[in-house]
Design a binder for this molecule. Structure first.
Ligand SMILES: Nc1nc2c(ncn2[C@@H]2O[C@H](COP(=O)(O)OP(=O)(O)O)[C@@H](O)[C@H]2O)c(=O)[nH]1
Ligand SMILES: [Mg+2]
Length: 281
């Protein structure tokens, strides 16, 4: 059964010949990326029994097989904090996702500490502190305009001293094209690595599903600059279907760790292939 996004296409082609241009346009609007869209089109052309319904089956099959069945959960380390760094461009949902992650871990009986390492905007520090109050999770904050690397370094020491399992660092939004800001992130990483050579253990790019294929460009550049370990896709409750996450997985091999589906802290879940694909189609 075709749902939502693909429904109009199915209605259009039921009992009619396939308009390949229209199919291609629809696939492009999925933000799956050109290689993936081409792969799907080829598979469709190879189907002898192609009709509106089998067309959706092909899309589903191809998307499903491009995504991992299951992504291993992020588990705590036994002897030291696990550091999760959230990065991305402005407004994608980093601060909200930091709070959601803290809630996710604490609701799984783990301990977490948030770090307000977006020192660019005073409002960002307040925003994270407000989340911390609401969730009962402590927030380490520094000076407005302070050095985020030094702040993360100190926060790690604090987390380690108190046996906190997860240290979640929010960072300032930055354009992937600004190399000085990318260097600042690299410095945060180097500084954290002085405590633990493997830290940050997770470097997650937060991408907004509504920005479409631009998220793939962001992923390429952040990955090149700091070596990402995965992505969090936000605003899947909006008009974006998150196909770009499939493109990012396909091209860069970066798993989608979590899905954000709203502004509340509970609108957040680990990646689940079925849920994701059903939402998409
Ligand atoms: N609908 C929706 N809104 C979200 C989601 N995640 C974040 N937001 C909203 O997006 C806006 C920017 O989020 P914020 O966390 O401040 O982004 P940041 O600049 O990357 O830190 C805020 O209004 C959030 O409430 C989501 O999954 N769904
Ligand atoms: Mg923020």
């Amino acid at each position: 059964m075709a749902l939502g996004f693909f429904k109009s296409l199915v209605e259009k082609f039921t009992g009619k010949p396939v308009d390949w241009d229209e199919v291609e346009d629809t696939l492009i609007r999925f933000d799956l990326g050109v290689p993936m869209a081409t792969h799907i089109l080829t598979a469709m052309r190879d189907r002898r029994d192609l009709n509106a319904e089998t067309m959706v089956d092909v899309v589903r099959d191809k998307i499903v097989s491009a995504l991992p069945i299951r992504i291993p959960p992020i588990l705590p380390l036994s002897d030291r904090p696990k550091v999760i760094l959230l990065v991305g461009v402005n407004g994608t949902g980093k601060t909200t996702s930091a709070a959601k992650l803290a809630h996710y871990f604490t609701s799984h009986r783990h301990t977490a500490l948030l770090v307000a390492a977006d020192t660019f905007r005073a409002a960002a520090i307040e925003q994270l502190c407000a989340w911390g109050d609401r969730l009962g999770v402590e927030v380490v904050k520094g000076q407005y305009n302070g050095d985020p690397a030094a702040l993360c370094y100190d926060a790690y020491a604090s987390a380690q001293r108190r046996n906190i399992q997860f240290l979640i660092c929010d960072t300032a939004g930055r354009l992937h094209t600004k190399s000085n800001l990318m260097q600042e992130l690299a410095k945060v990483n180097r500084t954290l690595a002085k405590h633990d050579p493997d830290a940050p253990h997770e470097k997650l790019l937060v991408v907004d599903a509504t920005t479409g294929s631009n998220a793939l460009v962001q992923a390429r550049q952040f990955h090149e600059a700091i070596g990402l370990t995965g992505i969090i896709v936000t605003k899947l409750d909006g008009s974006g279907k998150g196909g770009v996450a499939v493109a990012i997985q396909h091209e860069l091999g970066l798993p989608m760790r979590f899905m954000g589906t709203g502004e509340k802290f509970e609108d957040f879940a680990p990646f689940d292939r079925e849920t994701f694909v059903n939402r998409m189609l």
